[in-house]
Design a protein around this ligand. Structure first.
Ligand SMILES: Nc1ncnc2c1ncn2[C@@H]1O[C@H](COP(=O)(O)OP(=O)(O)OP(=O)(O)O)[C@@H](O)[C@H]1O
Ligand code: SF4
Length: 274
């Protein structure tokens, strides 16, 4: 792994208007998927977006955005993130770009991980951004505390909590809510992902697991429920191939859900502005 320490005092996040953390209680619930699709949807709304992938143990966003073969560069104020598209409207920084091989494991103890997270937060030259989406590892660990502590001076808009409908996953999100409360991180809302399966033949949505757990939890915790994203084969196909799902499948079942969530995020950002 190439790892260079920069001493930047220029406040690389000072021209980022809204910082959004994406959290989940357990792995595999679709946190990186939601981060990626929100970034793409915000881009379609004309926003400039950065994604910071601090999921050190499973950095999947470079592949989801077909950027895994790109490299980060260095400038006087730190790392220059990778631009995902030609218009340079989505920039991405991920530990995936620092690994010799994409499948290399990061076997580090906590302090080293925390130091890298701080470096990621302070030393990436994002430039002017409307939104920075921060994809975190699953759970609530030291890495999360480091991330929230380092972002606090920049007044993040808050956290989006991702769950799946199963009770066990919803239970894990309860711990995320406690984490947000204890660290003073505002909750933007809860998303229930993989909520029902969309048949690729007839587009009928079937609830495989129980549904509504995310919404009920949101009501109970008195935080906004942002919506349900169905398990949609067209979405996983786009992610596998690193393509823009929103552009490719505007009629798919997951599309309106992602769009609705994005509109609520934009509204909350507007309120933060005013
Ligand atoms: N709504 C969805 N429809 C179809 N496939 C989905 C959906 N959400 C997630 N997936 C698929 O599920 C898998 C896990 O998603 P993802 O990597 O986003 O989860 P994660 O919570 O970020 O995982 P990790 O714990 O590794 O960080 C991926 O293969 C993704 O393509
Ligand atoms: S109608 Fe029912 S059985 Fe037929 S393809 Fe769709 S989900 Fe499957």
């Amino acid at each position: 792994m190439h790892c260079v320490l920069f001493l930047s005092d220029q406040g690389n996040l000072s021209s980022v208007r809204h910082i959004v953390l994406v959290l989940s209680g357990k792995g595999g619930v679709g946190k990186s998927t939601i981060s990626t699709e929100l970034a793409l949807a915000l881009r379609h709304s004309g926003k400039r977006v950065g994604i910071l992938d601090v999921d050190l143990c499973g950095p999947s966003i470079p592949r989801m955005l077909s950027a895994q073969d790109k490299d980060v560069h260095q400038c006087d104020s730190g790392w220059v993130p990778v631009f995902v598209d030609q218009e340079k409207s989505i920039s991405l920084m991920s530990i995936g770009f620092l690994l010799e091989k994409p499948d290399d494991a990061v076997v580090w103890r906590g302090p080293k991980k925390n130091a890298l997270i701080k470096q990621f937060i302070n030393d990436v030259a994002w430039g002017d951004l409307d939104f920075l989406i921060v994809d975190t590892p699953p759970g609530t660990s030291d890495e999360h505390i480091s991330t929230v502590d380092s972002l606090r001076p920049f007044q993040p808009l808050g956290a989006i909590l991702v769950t799946t409908p199963q009770a066990v996953s919803v239970g894990d999100v309860r711990r995320e809510l406690t984490f947000c409360k204890k660290t003073g991180l505002r909750v933007i809302g809860i998303i229930e992902n993989m909520s029902g399966f969309v048949c690729p033949h007839c587009s009928e949505c079937t609830n495989i697991f129980s549904s509504g757990g995310g919404e009920e939890l949101a009501r109970h915790a008195e935080v906004p429920f942002l919506g349900c994203v169905p398990l949609d084969p067209q979405l996983s196909q786009s992610l596998e191939q690193g393509r823009d799902f929103i552009q490719e499948f505007p009629k798919s079942a997951a599309y309106p859900a992602i769009n609705h969530i994005t509109q609520q995020l934009l509204q909350q950002a507007e309120q933060q502005n005013s």
